[in-house]
Design a protein around this ligand. Sequence first.
Ligand code: FAD
Length: 444
Amino acid sequence: MNEKTVLDCAHEIPVLMECDVLVVGGGPAGIAAAVGAAKAGADTVIVEQYGCLGGNITVGAVEPPSWYRQEKTTMPGGVIAEIEKRMLALDAAAQTSFRPSIGYAYDTEVYKYMADQLIKDYHITPIYHCLGTIPYMEGNTVCGVITESKSGRTAILAKRVIDCTGDGDIMARAGAPYEKGGKNSEKLFAGTLKFFLTNVDIPKLEAAMDEDPMSRDPYVHKLFYKTFQKAVDAGEKPLENSLNRMFYTPMPPSDINVNLATWDRDVDGTDVLSLTRSEIKLRKEVMKVIDRFHRYGKEEGLGEAKLRNFAMTVGIRETRRMVSEHMITGREILDGERFEDTVGIFPIYMDGENVKKIPYTDEYFQVPFRIIVPRKVENLLCAGRCVACTRDAVPTTRQMDFCMVTGQAAGAASALSIQQDTNSRDVSVSSVQQELERQGVRVF
Ligand SMILES: Cc1cc2nc3c(=O)[nH]c(=O)nc-3n(C[C@H](O)[C@H](O)[C@H](O)COP(=O)(O)OP(=O)(O)OC[C@H]3O[C@@H](n4cnc5c(N)ncnc54)[C@H](O)[C@@H]3O)c2cc1C
């Protein structure tokens, strides 16, 4: 970033809308937050920078929120369960390629439609193509958000705001403390540009997978590596990542969704120049991967594969993490910790670059309310992958279902804090627990 600054003339900013609860960001956390708030009786608005809800699920093409799910896994319920029901009813959910697993992958296009209907059914007001830029504050209290869109710069005023931007954009700009990456400036988790292929010989691919137990095992899930090995044996430069996998959705019978075939270890999702470089770099990488498939992937049914589309955006796994009264740790997750201020549960499941724990048993941990409450700032809660945690907890806290648990809790808590005429942080936690149970969330 250049060091120079310019002065923005202090224009009067028109108010676009006023509401009880404003949710900024429409990914898994944002959807759950909006539903949680609306179900608890709040007049709710959700603002999203792209033209659809879903976040990484839709614009990042991340199909399988619950691929980890096993026969005995304890699930969190709430909006997660409602969305699964809706996607199944739309014939837009299918088993992933892992065995054993009873989790689903979603059709990422149908998900956009499902999410439109979901929020309509709960009378939530959506505003798409709208970027929440900075919080509108009186002292240290957040009273709304300044937005930029085709309508220009406008303000949305709200009694409570929930930051579900994934990156904690509003939380950070409100002055709440946060961390990013490791203490010794280790790199952030890599970003990935996902893509869809069409014209794949699926029976051949399935047969190749059935032959190789590594490709269907949720712990290992290595796929296509033989294709890449053949390329290396033929003297080609190895590509950066060879852990390539796919998931199934009820898509056309010759299409697959490819994950992890490209890595960008340098991308920073809070830096516009870095994001731009990453998009360009990763699209080039994808084309190289497809070229390898054509030349070395015939036995896996990939010889004639064609690019159907890139995901709308490079997928970001990690940026800011809020600093809070309690930062949930990897140890607490693995120990199945219980908390008095629990607002949900999550199975003991981790998926990170160097750690994996699949929930084969019914063990779970509780999610404390404190991890969604920022320091120093009032009437703002923060849900999704930027909640307060130590870095070793990120392999769990970044999971979409976990993000939804924190979102629904933030929504319910924000709505109830208005009814109780108290700050978001001072809401009665027992009333939030009761409300969430009423909403079908497993809290204890
Ligand atoms: C390649 C890849 C594969 C993954 N695989 C899995 C997986 O298999 N299972 C799993 O559970 N998780 C997976 N994850 C992680 C998971 O997708 C994310 O951690 C999760 O989606 C985070 O949810 P969120 O709601 O916090 O943020 P996001 O999904 O990032 O949603 C944030 C939303 O806010 C919007 N937004 C951001 N800033 C603003 C703003 N200022 N104003 C308005 N809107 C804004 C964004 O457009 C987006 O829609 C994967 C991630 C990647 C990148």
